[in-house]
Design a binder for this molecule. Structure first.
Ligand code: SF4
Ligand code: SF4
Length: 738
């Protein structure tokens, strides 16, 4: 059985993922479509589709009529916008876009005059007599872009460049609360089938399938009736699919209806499939048969904050606040004002945004209708989001990388394949606003891609410019070469000889003439060389004259110089002779004798001090200290002996140095001898005194037998020392007399 036969027999395929949220659709389908009033003003965004915005062709103060284009472009990717009613352009300025990013975008503010005066009506087009490209042009100029949410320019998809097997009409409308397509199909099924016929004429598919969820039986019935009425049952079939979210995703519905999977990077046309939303098909019918551009759309106003949820036909650019006001929404009850459905919509920060071509719902739920909004918790990596993703992405990874703004990783994890269905956010136990994060991340990825593309274009332009310059240079050189060749050929033809060859010959002859003078005459070249040589010689002679020494003899100073040198030598010899005389040094005998006398005096002073301190300390010291006076006496005696020895030595050296010492040094030995005698006498007296005191002390401390012998020994030594000192002093005195 062929694929087409399988489809006609009712076969359906399945896709992975998806969720089953509460539908909440019936509350807005009880009333027929209501036409909203013309508001006081409209805010019409210049760009309401995927692609570039058109060129604004009106200015502030212009009066415009209903249906008049406000922007223009010659590209199918740039869809124009039109004046939805008559009025005056107040200004063209930046307004927050009705988009999750709320980024400012150019919009036209039209103050409505309430006359709703339209441009002259156009006759309906006989589309069967028009080519695909002509119809594409009409559809594009009518401003038709995808009404299902994506906003892709419709005309771009309707070309006949490749064979199309299936034209699929997306009537699933799977998102909870939204019923705008449902009521459109119920009320305007004939128009929709006419629109499908226009598309079938353009792309000539083998089969057209309308995919609709089984929760819209009335709409499905209305379509089937219209198809039968127009006797198109063999070419157009209505296929009901089990309700599941997101059945309305393009790839998901294609897979369900045909079993074909559109792989990454492919577009459906490459698989022989074109899909259009049911609302878009209706807009195509209006553009071709009614000759009316896209000026309004059906929007579902629902949620318990509205006293009566319903679908209204509102002008593009109508402020949200005007719709809420006209249909008596109690904003104080609304927990949020959501643009779109609960799954793919986003919360508006205020109501000054305006209705766009892709706006299918304004949801104003009260608190008990939606989950309580709370701070998102951290991701617990439960994996629920991955389970329900219909595109088989890894939403938690996209969450990390969107937060980190890692564009490369977002591309690696196929962020741009995300259809923003919101199924992951719906099941996330941490209530992370995943789809909201992805939308913002997509804007960043697109901006990054645009930057890279611009850089690539700039690089290509630079390289092409360099190539062009190189080519132009080569061509210029070639032209110059060819022109020279032509001139040479022309001259040869005129004169009978090659001008280049003739010139070369002349040069050769001239050189030869310079090198070999004929008939002994000086050639022109050698004459010049001679002139240069003469000039150089003259210049050298002039320089020599400038630096010559004058002839006048200089005075002879040799005798004076010799005399001065002799004087200097004599003075130097004299200084050296004077410098060789013996100078008393620090080690001369006279100085040594002086030092010895000073040392002896210090020793005497110390001995005297020790002797003076001895009686005072004696009474306070312990028994073991009683030998101290004796020791001091001994020290004093030794010091005196040393002093005497030094004095003696100094006296012995004194006669040797006497001859060289000055007159003032002569009395020194006599003084030293005298001092030594005095010192010896003092030492003896001290020793004697110390001995007396020691004897007294010994008598008082008769119990200290062990120590009593020491003073006696010291007394003896002191007596000996005194005798020696006396003898030495006597000897010194004799020497001094000599
Ligand atoms: S469902 Fe939420 S918590 Fe669970 S893995 Fe996904 S993002 Fe994390
Ligand atoms: S990652 Fe995208 S496609 Fe997947 S469930 Fe989330 S919103 Fe839907």
């Amino acid at each position: 059985m062929s694929l087409i036969e399988q489809i006609k027999n009712g076969k359906l395929w399945r896709y992975l993922g998806g969720v089953h949220p509460k539908e909440n659709k019936t509350q807005s389908t009880s009333l027929a479509i209501t036409t909203a009033s013309i508001p006081k003003h409209l805010i019409i965004p210049v760009k309401q589709h995927i692609g570039q915005g058109g060129q604004v062709i009106v200015a502030s103060g212009d009066r415009v009529l209903k249906g008049q284009p406000l922007t223009a472009s010659d590209s199918f990717m740039t869809v124009p916008v039109h004046a939805p009613t008559s009025g005056t352009i107040e200004h063209i300025a930046q307004y927050p876009s009705t988009h999750p990013s709320v980024t400012p975008a150019i919009a036209i503010k039209l103050v409505c005059d309430q006359e709703d005066q339209a441009i002259p009506p156009q006759p309906a087009l006989d589309y069967k007599q028009l080519s695909t490209s002509e119809l594409q042009q009409h559809i594009s100029q009518a401003g038709v872009a995808g009404m299902g949410g994506a906003g892709f320019p419709t005309a771009v998809k309707l070309n006949d460049r490749q064979p199309i097997e299936f034209l699929l009409i997306n009537a699933a409308e799977c998102e909870p609360y939204i019923t705008s397509d449902d009521v459109l199909m119920r009320e305007r099924a004939d128009d929709i089938i006419q629109g499908i016929e226009i598309l079938r004429h353009m792309i000539k598919p083998t089969l057209c399938v309308i995919g609709i969820e089984d929760n819209k039986p009335d709409a499905a019935q209305a379509l089937e009736t219209a198809i039968k009425t127009l006797n198109l049952s063999d070419d157009i079939i209505v296929r009901k699919v089990p309700t599941k979210y997101p059945n309305g995703g393009e790839k998901q519905l294609i897979q369900m209806l045909t079993g074909k999977e559109i792989s990454k990077g492919q577009i459906p046309a490459q698989s022989g499939i074109v899909m259009q939303n049911v609302g878009t098909v209706y807009a195509v019918k209006q553009a071709i048969i009614d000759r009316q551009p896209l000026l309004s759309r059906i929007v579902t106003l629902t949620g318990k904050a509205f006293p009566q949820p319903r679908n209204v036909q509102a002008l593009i650019g109508t402020p949200i606040s005007a719709l809420l006001s006209e249909f008596e929404c109690d904003e104080t009850k609304a927990a949020a004002i959501i643009y779109g459905g609960p799954m793919m919509g986003f919360t508006l920060p205020h109501t000054q945004f305006s209705l766009t071509k892709t706006g299918n719902c304004i949801l104003t739920p009260v608190k008990d209708e939606i989950p309580q909004v709370r701070e998102a918790d951290a991701c617990i990596r439960c994996g629920e989001c991955s389970e329900v993703c219909p595109v088989d992405l890894l939403p938690q990874q996209l969450h990390w990388y969107s937060q980190a703004k890692d564009v490369k990783k977002l591309n690696d994890y196929n962020l741009m394949d995300c259809i923003e269905c919101g199924a992951c956010s719906y099941v996330c136990p941490s209530q992370i606003p995943l789809v909201h994060q992805y939308r913002i991340a997509k804007v960043e990825v697109r901006a990054n891609d645009a930057e890279l593309a611009a850089a690539a274009i700039a690089k290509e332009r630079f390289e092409k410019r360099n190539e062009r310059l190189a080519l132009e240079k080569a061509q210029r050189e070639q032209r110059q070469k060819e022109a020279a060749e032509k001139r040479r050929a022309a001259a040869t033809a005129t004169t009978g000889e090659d001008p280049v060859k003739a010139a070369m010959d002349r040069i050769k002859k001239s050189k030869a003439a310079e090198q070999t003078p004929a008939n002994g005459q000086v050639s022109k070249g050698s004459a010049v060389a001679d002139a240069i040589a003469r000039a150089k010689a003259k210049k050298a002679a002039a320089a020599s004259t400038d630096t010559a020494v004058p002839d006048t003899p200089l005075p002879n100073n040799a005798a004076v110089i010799a005399e001065r040198k002799a004087r200097k030598a004599a003075a130097k010899a004299k200084r050296e002779a004077e410098g060789s005389e013996p100078v008393p040094t620090a080690t001369s005998p006279a100085i040594e004798a002086k030092k010895a006398a000073v040392a002896e005096a210090i020793a005497r002073a110390k001995a005297k001090k020790a002797a003076a301190q001895s009686p005072q300390s004696e009474t306070t010291e312990t028994a073991t200290d009683t030998s101290a006076p004796a020791i001091d006496a001994k020290k004093a005696a030794v010091a005196a002996a040393i002093a005497r020895a030094k004095a003696k030595k100094a006296a012995a050296q004194s006669p040797q140095s006497e001859a060289t010492e000055t007159a003032t040094d002569t009395p020194a030995p006599a003084i030293d001898v005298k001092k030594a005698a005095v010192a010896a006498a003092i030492a003896r007296a001290k020793a004697k005194k110390a001995a007396v005191k020691e004897t007294q002390s010994t008598q008082e401390k008769t119990t200290e037998v062990a120590d009593s012998a020491a003073p006696a020994v010291d007394n003896k030594k002191a007596a000996i020392a005194a005798a020696i000192a006396k003898a030495k002093a006597k000897k010194l005195a004799q020497l001094g007399d000599k």
